[in-house]
Design a protein around this ligand. Sequence first.
Ligand code: 1GP
Length: 249
Amino acid sequence: MNVYQSLVERKQSGHKSFVVLIDPDKVTSASVSALVSQANNAAVDYFFVGGSLVISDHLDDCIQQIKKESTIPVLLFPGSPSQVSRYADALLYLSLISGRNPELLIGQHVISAPFVKKSGLEIISTGYMVVDGGAPTTVSYISGAAPIPADKADIALCTAMAGEMLGHKLIYMDAGSGAKKPITEEMIALVAKNIDVPLVIGGGIRDAEKAYLNCKAGADVIVVGNAIEKEPSLLEEIAAAVHGVSVLK
Ligand code: 1GP
């Protein structure tokens, strides 16, 4: 079964998924080992690997190490077309549908298409929506694209619907790494009710309760990076909260 099928099957069977985001710039080989071992024990569902800016050149090494130490699938979450590694299991092929910068909607995809295709990776077309998290994010700064205002759930709804109808296989709503304010349950609920593809939520989730509430509101996949980097013990708690949620939609 490929990675996307597994995401869809989990959604259909009422299982919420928990993703640990690893930014290759923020880890060492020792910290990856510790994190991966914890993730194995907590039955984390997927790893996302990437960052808005990957400054170091050890993306391949980082992914190879994860693959050696775990069977948890690794999905690339690239901040730029250069962040492609053939060692991953799949690539989130992101189009920034909340912005109006043609480069991040299609331009960079055109330039990198032959390279991406040649990688042989499973490609998961993803409608990526940045929602205002209370502070400027790297992606907003780099793209020059305004995020969706946090209190405009209707804009998020229409953007997600358009993304799904354009053929994106996932919708990823992100308040940005380290967001002061994560996405509201109101916005998540409205979007979740009106799309059928899996809904990924991330940015500024710092505790198990927020992860749980997001799942209850309709998130299918919860992504946490920063909070776990700062306090690794949160990983087990958040995993338990996400996995404890059954679908009540
Ligand atoms: C960012 O959604 C991810 O793109 C995760 O955000 O690092 O704030 O958990 P955090």
